[in-house]
Write a protein of this length. Sequence first.
Lengths: 555, 323
Amino acid sequence: MLATRSQSSAVALTLSLLAAIACTRRGGCRDEYCGTLVVTATGSITTLLPPLSDAAAERDIFDQIFLRLADLKAGASTIGDSGFVPQLARSWEWTDPLTLTFHLDPRARWQDGPPVTATDVQFTYESYVDTLVSSADMTTLSHIASVTALDSLTAVFKFKDRYPEAFFDATFHMRILPEHVLRNVPRAEWRTTPFGRSPIGNGPYRFLRMVPGQSVELVADSGFFLGRPHLRRLIWRFATDLPVAVTQVIAGDADAIEVLVSPPNIQRAEATPHLALYPYAGGTYTFMRFNLRANGNATRPHPLFADPDVRRALVLATDRASMVQSVYAGHAKVPPGPIAQMWTWLWDIPGLAPPPFDTTQASQLLTMRGWRDTNGDGIRDRAGVRLSFHVAVPTTSAGRKQYARLLQEQLRAVGAELVIDEMDNAALSEHEHAGTFDAALESWQTDPTPSSGVPQIWGSAGGSNYGHYANATFDRYVAAAAKAPDPSAARADWVAAFATLDRDAPGIMLYALDNVAAVDKRVTDVQVRPDSWLALVRNWRIPPDQLNERDRVGH
Amino acid sequence: MTAWLLRRLAAAFAIVLAVVSFAFIAIHLAPGTPFLPEEGRPINPAAVARLRAEFGLDRPLPEQYVRYLAALAHGDLGESFSQRRPVSQAIASAIPSTVRLAGAALVIDFLLGIALGVFQAARARRRSDAALTSATLFLYSLPVFWLGLVLLLVFGQWLHWLPVGGETDVVLYPYLSFFGRLFDRLKHLALPALTLGVIGAAGTARFQRAALLEVLGQDFIRTARAKGLTQSAVLVRHALRDALLPVIALLGLALPFLLTGAVLIETVFAWPGLGKLATDAIAARDYPLVLAATLLASVAVVLGSLVADVLTALADPRVRLTA
């Protein structure tokens, strides 16, 4: 009896101790402006200095720390300025066809105190176009001749020419930087400046701490001039790969994830009671790119893909509708060109449709071009050359690996052999850059407008046109679309450009993903902007009756 | 002993140098290049070229190698391409996490492994021994990442008993009391340490059982039994002391297992140690960081082996450390 009593006491004591050690210092935050959102993401942060990076996780953090002069409304057109809302600029006007004047909001302040001035705007532009900084946005800013500060609150942009997306280029690609902090840092040293690990911004959230490779924490600026953010803390935690990140959000260790990607992940999230799913138009499209020049020798034509009829035959031989269904089960669409779902206005145009699946026509085309199976091994050949090629596939993409196998089967049916080379992204990029590939399965993230991405990848002078596709007619239509004065005129030019691309078949447009974000149900007022899913997070909130210990702590 | 130690240290230095040299050549010759943006974003060739020049990657490989060794001789591990900070800082922040994980796994490995081995040897050829032999063989043959994923799914995702990743709770940790922080760390450590430790314990148990059974057949054990000692006294006081010797040697050999296991486990559990650092560095072609992680791992393995030899010699007077 005595032993039993002492055992009970020991158990009670142990339980009390456990309860005591598990205690947090109780937080008192219980109002509208509490709430902590933990976002899980893949990858990691290199630097938090905007001109030096445009990776997805960094973009999401920049959205909270550094404002633009004006920002794009969700799903709005990038032509003209009607689709934009004021941010650092309170208003703007075109003073002549080539001069755009921004009037800054006098309430805008840097988080260390000084006001945001036109000098900051001028400094930002000069930094973005400085070759020492080598921003990825340098080329998109090439239409701007100069930016000057007329007075402390007036910044004047001079353009080299007038074009419909001039306002978009002036605002979307630059996040305004603090001149008073960065002016004394030589631009060649920006890569390693401590500012990149502890930035001072002008946005709704302040930087609090970063643990390299692990997490970044921001805290709401209660005095933010456009309105106090509802969520008090934003924390990013980084996982090495998507399955780990998805598990974190399903297990409740994180509250939100940008995109679930695959149907199994979506099903897991759907079956999780505490998660709400938010589908939105995706910003990527995936394709198989053909290298039109010989593998490893850009001066010679590719033995297979230099012939547009062979490329067209391979396009016709692929049943993209069945592939998209079997791999993405309704969470992706077959695009009628190099088109992301985010460009909604390009998806409902009559006459713009994916090429048909027609193995008979594909076989006829190949036979017509002299490709026949002369030795009965199931693969066509011509003059001793087999209709066989390698495709580079990134190991990190489960979807593309599945696609590669399906493509292999489908192309075999018309007598073409596809050999799959799986490799990591770094190796794939190097092969493409060096031209040492036959074909590659690629996904491209896009801007809110096709005007920058499409010529970049498919234009004859495009920096990412690794397949060396060149057609002056296509370039002309793309240039015309970028200069079109209104969306309907732009649409007509894009249709003509994509029809040209369709005929030339420099690649097989495979799928454009629907994005599905998952967010904990205690978070309300969730709005997702397709081009940047957390751009509006300052309006997300957690009602006081939904707050948990994690939301209240540390106030 | 001193001469032996000096010779072993010289050999260890040569091995580490060979490993680092091989890693240097392999990582530079591997396809892929540093400073590329994430997939699907345009490359700025001028920026890439400038960074390559800044880090000396535009120089001939032999020159880069000599420069690397010269810097290494001065204790300079270089600057991380992906983390934009000295490699020594990145490594220093990751080491404690890996030491905690490997240390906890080692404790589980040896305590559980030895206990199971003793239990099995005491009940040799009985049903419980056969069952445990099958169980340990099954565990030992499991891929470490697979077991990690299963434990994560069961205890993290389904039962919600333990966190699924990270070393601490990113939200609550800064606001916890001292004991709260300790408890939080233990909670996060549990699954990855258990994964690594249990698989190691399965191997240790099999080793311990075999060693103990061999000792139990010797004359001095028969004498001890003849003197009327109890079975537990014979096992623990006499047999185990002898049978622990080969297991002690396993200590040093456990390091390579723990380090390679940590690479996978740290990825599965987002554990911010050397393994995850190395995995991320390889994906980013962060040469200095990859080389530093390789250097550290090779030093740990070589030293582990050395420590095992010394421990064996200390524990068994019959073993002589001779050159």
